[in-house]
Design a protein around this ligand. Structure first.
Ligand code: ATP
Ligand code: MG
Length: 202
């Protein structure tokens, strides 16, 4: 095919693509808040959620974050928000990983306490964006009641969007979410012995 033919073929393909995109944009004409659920085994769930935190803050929106799993050390996003965004509500569950603590009662109590914080956000219409990071594990371990969690997501303020992250997560969570992304692990550096890295992994 000559270069001229290639260019013409490309132009026609772009015209068609633009028509498709324009039609899709015209179709999405409702203004409404959303529940975004980020799941799957690949890396990028929590960091995507914190990307949305940054977006919301850029517009001066009010943001609340509840983390349902506590890491060994403070994450970069936590340090940053503490230092530069004291207006962001930030609560981290007060226990370690369940396979570290091995104390179901203490973990369950901590999960419930964190959920009470989440409920305060989910009942407060001044919050534009709420992140419930690693919430799925609380459901998987039955530390929290799934029906109650789903009801709270459904009954949130009309203008409030929520991001839920974590591997797994049942059908009910997928059903209540407007956007669900499953991040697939293609590779992870950790599997070849590379240590988790500051600024990348935490
Ligand atoms: P991130 O916080 O980097 O966006 P994530 O939220 O998708 O990751 P989690 O399951 O919450 O993933 O795990 C958090 C930590 O575990 C991060 O340090 C991340 O790099 C690491 N991690 C994520 N996926 C994998 C994987 N498939 N294998 C090993 N480590 C992983
Ligand atoms: Mg995560």
């Amino acid at each position: 095919m000559s270069d001229q033919n290639k260019s013409e073929k490309h132009r026609l393909a772009m015209v068609k693509q633009k028509a498709n995109v324009d039609a899709a944009i015209a179709n999405a004409n409702r203004q409404q808040s959303v529940v975004v659920f980020l799941t799957g085994n690949g890396k990028g769930k929590s960091s995507s959620a914190f990307g949305m935190v940054m977006r919301a803050l850029g517009y001066g929106q009010r943001v609340g974050v509840v983390q349902f799993i506590k890491g060994q050390q403070k994450s970069g996003e936590e340090l940053y928000l503490e230092k530069f965004c004291p207006q962001v509500f930030f609560y981290q569950m007060a226990t370690g990983f369940t396979w570290d603590t091995q104390n179901r009662d203490a973990d369950k109590a901590a999960a419930e306490k964190a959920w009470q914080q989440a409920l305060l956000l989910l009942n407060n219409n001044s919050f534009d964006l709420v992140v419930l990071d690693e919430l799925t594990y609380m459901l998987a371990y039955h530390y929290l009641d799934e029906t109650e969690v789903i009801a709270a997501l459904k009954n949130r303020p009309a203008e409030q969007s929520v991001v839920v992250t974590g591997r797994g997560g049942g059908e009910a969570l997928r059903a209540v979410a407007d956007t669900v992304s499953e991040i697939k692990e293609v590779k992870h550096a950790f599997r070849t012995g590379i240590m988790a890295r500051k600024g990348v992994d935490y």
